[in-house]
Design a protein around this ligand. Structure first.
Ligand SMILES: *Cc1c(COP(=O)(O)O)cnc(C)c1O
Length: 406
């Protein structure tokens, strides 16, 4: 008995420490579909928290496709992809994904996963192992960090987007095999990696280049084909990861690369092999989402999103805080301390605006921020509301600073 108590005590002590540091997370419960206007913890709110950049998550055509998929294929897949769970819907989606996103490589093929987290574990453990060195951007997503660790490769972290540092590390390395890995659009800063330089370095050093386009797919490039298409890059060294729960509005993820790379994953990637295939209905809905993204409706939504991004950039410059130079749907406002960030989040919440505070370990200590996430579902009136609340909070914060220095 006493043994039990002390185990729980350890955890409770840890939780109290999180409270003391302003690092305890609390989940909000949402009672509405994901859209610009949501019911958050029972309150009508304007949400600036989702990654639903094109506002497709509750699109009637996707809802209908999900229902149609369930009618046709049932609710569950029943097994892993290699043992009977790979349905016609998964196979069709993989063809659709390769056609949609695979323009960066000859003989493109795609492999569908139930989440981006798992896809990143798969790609890094399949391409890297003992004797490999993984070169990883300092601000990469947690799933890439965890995938690198799981691979048992050596890991070298280069300063964020610093291509001279990366070049020097590659020069100095005598690893048998090399993998460079980077987000395309960085998830908490919204900036875009120097992709052309990355491709150049990967080819020069015979390295794989894994890029995670979670925040680019659907948003960047012609027809929303992603960051590689936007930069018009092509290379056999490239391996792209895309996720389908963000701009695509459904869920899941994929790896796209040369056919041989994908076949290697089917044979060797444990996070692909040892898990149940997601519901075929979900795959069926994602195929419909790709048609929306690539079509005129997608173009219209991207144009509106671009307009909202421009407006947000100018309005953030007028606050007393530090905006990050981002041209994407991720618009961070760096506040600094956890407490001040939480206070701002709470002030906005009182105004019916749900803008999440992002704290360590998601971002470096001292750079806690609000992450304003824009969606084509937002109207200009929604942005007016956010702007009014932010400028009010900014004046309050400046007043407080003046009072404390008098
Ligand atoms: C969201 C995200 C993932 C994880 O994708 P899920 O489908 O949510 O598991 C991976 N990489 C990046 C950069 C992300 O932002």
């Amino acid at each position: 008995m006493t043994q039990h108590t002390s185990l729980l005590d350890t955890l409770e002590h840890g939780l109290r420490e999180l409270d003391a540091q302003g690092l305890r997370r609390r989940r909000r419960t949402i009672d509405s579909p994901c859209s610009a206007h949501m019911v958050v913890d029972g309150r009508d709110s304007i949400g600036f928290a989702s990654n639903d950049y094109l506002g497709l998550a509750a699109h009637p055509q996707l809802v209908a496709a999900l229902a149609e998929g369930a009618q046709r294929y049932g609710a569950g897949s029943g097994g892993s992809h290699l043992l009977g769970g790979h349905s016609r819907a998964h196979a069709q989606l993989e063809d659709d994904l390769a056609a949609f996103a695979g323009g960066f490589v000859d003989a493109p093929r795609a492999l569908y996963f139930s989440t981006g987290y798992i896809a990143n574990l798969a790609v890094l453990t399949a391409l890297a192992g003992r004797g490999t060195t993984i070169f990883s951007d300092a601000l990469n997503h947690a799933s890439l960090i965890d995938g690198a660790r799981l691979s048992r490769a050596d890991i070298q972290i280069y300063p964020h987007a610093d291509m001279d540092a990366l070049s020097a590390m590659l020069e100095a390395s005598d690893a048998r095999a090399k993998v460079i890995v980077s987000d395309t659009v960085f998830s908490m800063d919204g900036d875009v990696a120097p992709l052309a330089r990355l491709v150049e370095l990967a080819e020069k050093h015979g390295a794989w280049l894994v890029v995670d386009d979670a925040h680019g797919l659907g948003v960047l490039g012609p027809q929303g084909r992603g960051a590689l298409a936007e930069a018009a890059l092509r290379s056999p060294n490239l391996v792209m990861v895309g996720t389908l729960g963000k701009a695509a509005g459904v869920s899941g993820a994929f790896i796209c690369a040369h056919d041989t790379v994908i076949e290697w994953h089917v044979q060797r990637a444990r996070p692909y092999i040892f898990t149940t295939a997601s519901s075929p209905a979900v795959a069926h809905a994602v195929s419909e989402s790709l048609r929306l993204i690539a079509g005129e409706e997608g173009d219209a939504r991207r144009a509106h999103l671009k307009h909202l991004i421009g407006r947000t950039r100018s309005m953030l410059k007028e606050t007393c805080w530090q905006p990050v130079d981002s041209h994407t749907a991720v618009q961070p406002l760096v506040i600094g301390s956890n407490d001040a960030t939480l206070a701002l989040q709470a002030a906005l919440e009182r105004d019916g605006l749900w803008v999440p505070a992002i704290r360590p370990p998601t971002v470096p200590v001292g750079t806690s921020r609000l992450r304003i996430s824009l969606s084509a579902a937002h109207s200009d009136a929604d942005l007016d509301r956010l702007n009014a609340a932010l400028q009010r909070a900014s004046l309050d914060a400046q007043k407080q600073v003046q009072e404390s220095t008098q």
